[in-house]
Write a protein that binds this ligand. Sequence first.
Ligand SMILES: [Zn+2]
Length: 459
Amino acid sequence: MAQLIKMDSQSDKQSEQYYDEFLSYIRDHLTAFYQHYADDNGLTLAQTMTRVSKWDLEQWKQALDSLGDTSDWPEEAQNRLKIQTYVASINRQQLIGSVLALGIIGLTVKNQRTIEKRVESDGVDEVSHLKKALKLAPKQVKKTTSVITQVSSRKQWSANLWVDSDKLAGDVQYLVNQNLKHGLSLDNLPRLLEKHVNPNQFKPGQSIADRVEQMSYETKRLVRTESARLKYETDLATYRMKGVKWVKWLTEPGACSKCQGIAAGGPYAIDDVPEIPGDSHPNCRCSIVPYVKSMDNQQKTVKQYGLTQDEQAGVLRWVSGDSYKLNSVLREGNEPTGLLKTTMDELDSALAKLPRYNGYIQRSVDLSGQQLNDFLWKFNSSSYSSKQYLSFTKNADKYNGTAAVQLFIKESKGGHNLGAFNEAEGEVLYERGAEFRVLDTFVDKDNKFIIELGDDGHE
Ligand SMILES: [Zn+2]
C-alpha cells in the first residue's frame, strides 16, 4: 500500500504535466486568434459570429495535428473527434470552441492511458504480493491475474471519465465565450488562465486553469479509487480461491471514522465483507486480509506488551506485504516517504516493545548471478550490518532448502519475536541497522552457501 502512495505522487506529477501542456495549448491558440482578428475592442463575439475562413481552418488543422497520431485512440475519443470536425465548420465561434474541445479530448486520452497503466501495474504488484504471501501455485497465479485483465471494471470508470471530459469542454468554452462577450484582450488572457493555489481564491467558475485543476483532482481521485477497487477484487478472488472463509478489514493510516467503524465490525465472512470503494468511499486505501485464529492471540500480544493502535497497524502492514516494499527502499539506501515512512516509524516503535527471541533462527535467501556475488561479498568481514530489517524464522519447517544462501544464528538474543502477528512464518525480526558477527561461512555438500551469524543481543 505504501508503494501505492509513492506511485500516486508519480502519476499525480504526470497528470500535472498534462494539465500544464493543455493550458499552454489554450494560451497559444487563443493568442493566435486574437492576433489575427482583434481590433481596438479586443477579440469579440461579433468578430467570431461569421463564416469560417481558410485561416481559421488552418488553425483547426494545426490543433488537430498537435495531438499527434490519433489512429489508435479509444473509440470514445474517435467519436468525439468526428463530431468536432462538423462543429468546426459551423462558424468561427464554434470553430474556436472546437479547437478548445480538441485539446480536452487529447488531454482525456492521456489521462485515460495513465489511469489504465497505473491501475494495471498496481494489479500486477498485488498479484506478486499475493503469490508470495499465499504461496500461490502457477495455475492460481494465472487465475488471480485474470482478474486484472477483465475489461468489465474499466468500462464504468472510462465512461465516467468521458462524461467529466465533456463537461470540462463545455465549461471551458463557456468561459471563453463569456470573455468574448466583453472583448477578449491579451491583458485578460493571463487572468483567464491564472492558477490559484490558495483555496480561498480558487475559482473554477472564472479561471480556466482552476476549472482544469478541478478536473485534475477528479482524475487523481479516479486513479486511486480504481486502483484500490482492482486490488480489492484481486484480493477477494484470490482469498476465495484459497478457501479463505473470514477476512479482516485493515485500515490505512489515518483512516476516516467510517472505515474505522467497518474495521471494528470485523472479522467478516468472506461473502459479507464490505466493498472497496462501494461501501467505504472514493480514495479509500484500506484493504482486506485473511482472518486467522491467531488474530485473537494478536490482541493478547497487543495487550501484554502495550502496543498502541498505530504500532499494531505498523506490524500488521509489515507482515501483510509492506515488508518487501519497505526493505527494497531501505536496501537501496533511500529514505521512505509518505505512508511507507509511517509504516516504518510505527514498526520501529512496535519492535522496541516486542520481546526478544532466544534460540535457533534461520533465514533463506534465494539469489543468483551478480546479485548473489554482491550479497556474499557483504559477509567477507568479521561483522555484518543490514540497512534493511532482517527477518528470520524460528520454525524449522519454514526452512527453504532450495535457496542458494542459508543464514543461521545458533543462539539469537537480539531479534524480536513477532509471535501471533506472523505465526505462519514464525518471524523473528531485527531492527534496521542491527549488527551481527560473522562467525563462519562455507559451502555445504549441496553447494549452498552457509553463513553463521551471531548477535550480541541488546539490553
Ligand atoms: Zn478506507
